[in-house]
Ligand binder design. Structure first.
Ligand code: ADP
Ligand code: MG
Length: 540
């Protein structure tokens, strides 16, 4: 049994071993099969992965190439732009430099222009006389002197022979007619427009902004066209004038437009304009812009005085600041409605007073620049002396508000250095210069006429004294000349516009006006001769 058991155990062990072998054999064949399968799949995957990677790298290469091109192009563009920018910078620098040069040259030229303009005006005469002959008008036909009925009063006797000569046919009953001629700087015939008249006035306004006082006055008998020339046609039954008729506007509205146009070419805020309108009636001055407490306009009597600096001044006179020509026109029109008039036989709306419209132009300059504003030494010195250190209302207001805000010392110093210079443009529509007999007035109107005659002869005396360069010029002999003092004498520019009615009926008056103009003109001749020509010169 032991043997049997041993053999059996052996057999069992053998069987076990065989079984184990069998099992191992079986297992290894499955594994090989699986392994093969896996290997095959893996190979496939690897292959596809490889081709994918290849494709990817190809794509990447392609894309990076295009990007590179783009970057290169951009870099090139930037380089080009940089170059262009540099060119522009150089150009801008050059332009800046030449602008500076041009500005400097412009400043010099501007000063030269001012000096030349002034010499031109002075050559033409600081006092010049123009003469305007109005057309014959329907009212010229009205009956004249009763003792002279046989003569044709509406016959034209005054003509513009050329643009510097007036020709007057003087005929007296029983005498052969004589032609008399008068020479003036400019003579306007009856067809010449308001435009043409103003064209010769405009250069004076350039002088005004250059720092000279200017006066333009119309002289002549009632009905000769003074108001028409200075203001324009009057509205029906109204003392105001027609603002709507642009082409018919006279010197006063046109001059104001021109002043504002000239100012608009200057730096903003450096100029401002104030207006006063006064009437000199019976040697009294009336402020036509003074208002009562209700704001209604009414004339208030004022006086003219001489200041410590020797200038004429009207204390308390109303000065209205105006910003443009139309504001000015409305203001003047309002003032005009108050003008005292008295109908005489000559013309229903004859004005028996002198109308003086004054535009005061204030220029603000800084202390340091002051000398350079006026190139010609004389003007510069004169204005430096005159320059007032008091601040105009506008600047005072600004100053007080800025100092209350504790402004910097620099700011205050800048304001302290500011000076203001005032120049004046006086536009005068004189009262009729006719003799009493002609107008046929008596009583109060006679008194008016005698005041008018006295003030006009005071004006003639003043011009005469200037002509003879007398030390004393009798400005104070009448309120009119006292008021006009600063814009008549010295280096102020005066233009007398003689207005002439052409009819035979007005011959005496016309001759008187032409005589006044001729005498005033000698002022200019005397001055120019003395200034520019040697005494021995035989030149005209
Ligand atoms: P004055 O003011 O000298 O008394 P006006 O200016 O009132 O004279 O003129 C008298 C009249 O003559 C007015 O009706 C005016 O319109 C007219 N008149 C004056 N000058 C001219 C002119 N150059 N052309 C046309 N009409 C004129
Ligand atoms: Mg008039």
């Amino acid at each position: 049994y032991q043997g049997l058991a041993g053999r059996s155990t052996k057999e069992v062990l053998q069987l076990y071993a065989a079984h184990g072998q069998q099992m191992t054999f079986q297992r290894s064949s499955v594994v090989t099969q699986l392994h093969g399968e896996i290997k095959k799949r893996l190979k496939q995957d690897l292959k596809s992965l490889h081709s994918f990677a290849l494709q990817l790298s190809k794509d990447f290469q392609r894309q990076s190439k295009t990007c590179l091109y783009q970057v290169l192009a951009a870099v090139q563009g930037i380089q080009l732009q940089n170059e262009a920018m540099q060119m522009f910078q150089i150009k801008a620098f050059d332009l800046e430099q030449s602008l500076q040069e041009v500005t400097e040259r412009y400043e010099k030229e501007k000063q030269k222009r001012k000096a030349l303009h002034n010499s031109l005006i002075e050559l033409r005469g600081n006092i010049r006389v123009h003469c305007r002959i109005r057309p014959l008008l329907p009212f010229d036909d009205a009956a004249g002197h009763s003792q002279d009925r046989q003569r044709n009063f509406s016959e034209k006797v005054a003509y513009a022979a050329d643009d510097e000569t007036v020709l007057v046919k003087c005929s007296r009953p029983g005498h052969a007619s004589v032609n008399k001629t008068f020479q003036f700087e400019r003579v306007y015939n009856d067809l010449e427009s308001q435009d043409a008249v103003f064209a010769d006035v405009a250069p004076l306004l350039t002088s005004l902004l250059d720092g000279y006082n200017v006066c333009i006055m119309a002289y002549g008998q009632t009905g000769s066209g003074k108001t028409y020339t200075m203001l324009g046609p009057q509205l029906e039954g109204n003392l105001a004038f027609a603002i709507e008729e642009e082409s018919e506007l006279g010197i006063i509205p046109r001059a104001t437009q021109e002043v504002f146009r000239l100012i608009s070419e200057k730096p903003p805020g450096s100029y401002w304009v104030e207006v006063s309108v006064v009437e000199v009636y019976n040697n009294e001055i009336f402020d036509l812009l003074a208002k009562d407490s209700c704001g209604r306009v009414f004339g208030v009597k004022r006086d003219v005085v001489t200041t410590r600096e020797g200038k004429s001044d009207v204390p308390l006179l109303t000065h209205e600041t105006v910003e443009n020509a139309s504001e000015f026109l409305h203001l003047v029109n309002k003032g005009l409605q108050l003008r005292v008039t008295h109908p005489t036989l000559v013309h229903a709306h004859s004005s028996r007073s002198h109308l003086v419209v004054t535009l005061t132009i204030t220029t603000v300059v800084f202390g340091d620049n002051f000398g350079t504003l006026w190139e010609d030494e004389q003007t510069s010195q004169r204005l430096n002396k005159e320059a007032s250190f008091t601040f105009p209302q506008k600047i005072r207001d600004n100053k007080s508000t800025s100092s209350s805000r504790a402004s910097s010392p620099v700011q205050i110093e800048a304001t302290e250095k500011m000076k203001q210079v005032k120049t004046r443009l006086q536009l005068v529509d004189l009262a009729g210069s006719e003799c009493v007999g002609m107008s046929g007035v008596t009583g109060a109107a006679l008194r008016e006429t005698s005041f008018i005659n006295r003030s006009l002869s005071a004006l003639a005396d003043v011009l005469g004294a200037i002509a003879e360069q007398r030390a004393h010029v009798p400005y104070r002999n009448s309120k009119l000349t006292h008021l006009l003092q600063d814009s008549v004498g010295g280096d102020a520019k005066l233009l007398v516009m003689l207005c002439i009615s052409p009819g035979q009926k007005y011959l005496t008056e016309s001759m008187q006006s032409l005589g006044f103009g001729t005498r005033a003109r000698q002022v200019q001749r005397g001055q120019v001769k003395k200034k520019n020509f040697p005494v021995t010169s035989k030149g005209k």
